[in-house]
Design a protein around this ligand. Structure first.
Ligand SMILES: Cc1ncc(COP(=O)(O)O)c(C=O)c1O
Length: 397
């Protein structure tokens, strides 16, 4: 195995994170408490959302978001196949059926047209309508078609959930017939679910957040996250009422304290990723064999969580490029092999829990994309090494 010199990802942890966690440990309150409430409030402010509910992961956030909107057995939910498994898992764990949608041509995300086409194929095959759409905003870019997707959901009277795992610090151009404005990610229509896994824009170790603007739905999410307990019903300190079904998806105060420390520097982290992303752009724009596939939408200001390129080379495959980079100590990754190409989803398609028509764009793109190292501590000289290695491998033939 080659020694990795430039890893694909390195989390940005400093003394402020360590001190934040240590202070919670000294306080004696380790479970979900005051730091979680503070993190939620600061996160809502940062993302422009009205409300935020902290969770143990983005997967739990997606699960609760869908459930709070009444999604369950008998429902079918659109999910792009080009996403991480958690997006579909959250649907399946609620007992609903996944209907895979394709991504647009030369695009990393589902569009109103690909979603409509998946809805129609599913209806033609089963006679049934779908109840919700989950859209993954790939690499921190807000889907270019989000306005049209929202319109489609409104027209069909169905739920919209945003998988914003990559999207802290993202914003999007919101257009109405009379106006347009740049809005922060928390202003997206529907609920948004964020991830604080170590490779994400900020980290709490493991953790997630649901944001939204509807008080009743957010109250339902909060109850689901914490055993269905209602504190407003309590008469005494020790007392509470269980008013709904629930789970234990709470975030502990140790994680929340780290989240607050991370949030305070998230703009600086975003700036560093954006600068590195621009350096890659300068190197790969008009490249003979590479097409940049992230950060290109004029309607989105990306969090720059990922930097992905699509390879189109007469003799070198994507996998051999990744292998040759690794031989030079550089780790790259792929986001993602589409879910319908994984064994378990093929079984689920066979037994009817998942519906999948042809997904030509997803198959085409996923065989050619790779993500290059991109994180705040990536040094300029390291980035130069990545760029030189890519060119050395591709231009040598
Ligand atoms: C698009 C997407 N959704 C959801 C998740 C799940 O996040 P978590 O690990 O916080 O559950 C991830 C994690 O990588 C992701 O990339």
């Amino acid at each position: 195995m080659e020694a990795v010199v430039i890893p694909f990802y390195a989390p940005s942890i400093d003394e402020s994170d360590i001190e934040a966690i240590a202070s919670v440990m000294r306080s004696g309150w380790l479970a979900s408490g005051p730091r979680v409430r503070e993190f939620e409030q600061r996160f809502a402010e940062k993302t422009g959302a009205t409300f935020a509910v902290a969770t143990s992961s983005c997967t739990a956030a997606l699960f609760c978001a869908l459930r709070s909107m009444g999604i369950g057995p008998g429902d079918a939910v659109i999910v792009p196949s080009l996403t991480f498994t958690a997006t579909a898992e959250a649907v399946l764990q609620n007992g609903a059926k996944v209907v895979f949608s394709d991504v647009g041509a030369n695009c990393t995300m589902a569009t109103a047209a690909t979603i409509r086409s998946a809805i129609e194929s599913h209806r033609a095959e089963t006679g049934k309508d779908v109840s919700a759409v989950v859209i993954t905003h790939y690499g921190g870019e807000i889907a270019g078609d989000i306005g049209a997707i929202n319109e489609l959901c409104r027209e069909l009277g169905i739920v919209l959930i945003n998988d914003c795992a990559h999207c802290l610090d993202s914003s999007f151009l919101s257009k109405t017939p009379v106006d347009e404005a740049w809005l922060p990610v928390g202003k997206l229509p529907g609920l948004c679910c964020f991830s604080f896994y170590p490779n994400k824009c900020i980290t709490t170790g493991l953790g997630g957040m649901i944001t939204g603007n509807d008080a009743d739905i957010i109250a339902a999410c909060r109850a689901l996250v914490n055993h269905g307990i209602s504190r407003s019903a309590n008469r005494f300190n020790w007392d509470y009422e269980i008013t709904s079904e629930g789970f234990n998806f709470n975030m502990p105060d140790t994680a929340a304290a780290m989240g607050i420390a991370q949030l305070l520097k998230s703009s600086a982290l975003h700036y560093a990723r954006s600068s590195a992303s621009m350096r890659y752009d300068a190197a790969f724009l008009d490249h003979r064999y590479l097409r940049i596939v992230t950060g290109k939408l004029s309607t989105s200001r990306s969090s720059n969580h990922l930097y992905a390129v699509a390879l189109d080379h007469p003799t070198i495959s994507r996998d051999s490029l990744i292998g040759s980079l690794l031989e030079r100590g550089i780790e790259a990754s792929v986001h993602w092999r589409p879910l319908h190409r994984h064994k378990v989803y093929q079984q689920l398609i066979q037994n009817g829990r998942v519906f999948c028509d042809e997904l030509i764009n997803s198959d085409n793109l996923s065989s050619r994309i790779l993500s290059l190292p991109l994180y705040p501590s990536l040094q300029t000289f390291e980035q130069d090494q990545v760029i030189s290695a890519v060119n050395e491998i591709l231009l040598a033939y």
